[in-house]
Design a protein around this ligand. Structure first.
Ligand SMILES: C[S@@+](CC[C@H](N)C(=O)[O-])C[C@H]1O[C@@H](n2cnc3c(N)ncnc32)[C@H](O)[C@@H]1O
Ligand SMILES: [Zn+2]
Length: 198
């Protein structure tokens, strides 16, 4: 983690954003970014790899043994305000699928556009990673970042997961719970990706 920046511990962990406030456009998986000149080096030093997941769709897996507290990847995508996301996605059909991440009170990261591998990490009720909110040193909310880091030692080939912490601004009806059903497979799975209401 960049030592010149400061994480504000008083805040909650960041959360995936539900489509209740901004609806996710259905379906399209975008092609990964084109290879950069760093590809060879990157391949040699890779910590993560993306492939099909037993939990859902694509997932991200440890490419080698990982220590606790290792920063894996930044959650990237197009930055937009909550209001812009609401306008863009309103009227869509609830599918229980989202690539939207709440960055802070002002901005959303929309990984449908310019998203990187971080958008493929799945949720688990017994996660081995966490999403960490890193506040910009100059206080510019556009420069805040979401970083995914390991919570414990992880064996090569283990799927990497974090707690999405999705909280809906509406009542958690049976229909909403079914849409956001969790298939993480952990013995302690709560059955839902939704956070209980506080
Ligand atoms: C950021 S995407 C993760 C990548 C996803 N696997 C894919 O291939 O698009 C988040 C979506 O993945 C699915 N997902 C992630 N974790 C899940 C879980 N534990 N159980 C069921 N679906 C999950 C849900 O549709 C969720 O909205
Ligand atoms: Zn679960």
């Amino acid at each position: 983690m960049n030592a010149t920046l400061e994480v504000t511990p008083a805040r909650d962990l960041p959360t995936m954003r539900s489509p209740q406030a901004a609806r996710h456009r259905t379906g399209t998986l975008h092609a990964e970014n084109p290879p950069s000149p760093l590809t060879c080096y990157d391949r040699m030093s890779r910590k993560i790899v993306t492939r099909r997941s037993p939990i859902h769709g694509n997932g991200v897996f440890a490419a080698r043994k990982l220590a606790p507290g290792v920063e894996l990847i930044e959650y990237q995508g197009r930055l937009m305000t909550h209001a812009q996301a609401d306008r863009l996605y309103e009227g869509g059909v609830d599918t229980g699928h989202t690539f939207l991440f709440t960055l802070n009170e002002r901005y959303i990261i929309d990984a449908n556009v310019d998203g990187n591998e971080a958008r493929w990490l799945n949720h688990s009720c017994a996660p081995n990673c966490q999403a960490v909110w890193e506040e910009s040193a100059d206080g510019n909310p556009k420069k805040d970042r979401i970083l995914i880091e390991t919570l414990r030692e992880i064996a090569p080939g283990e799927e990497l997961t974090y707690d999405y912490g999705i909280s809906l601004p509406v009542r958690q009806t049976a229909r909403m719970k079914a849409l956001w059903a969790c298939r993480c497979g952990a013995p302690e799975c709560s059955g839902t990706m939704l956070k209980p209401k506080r």
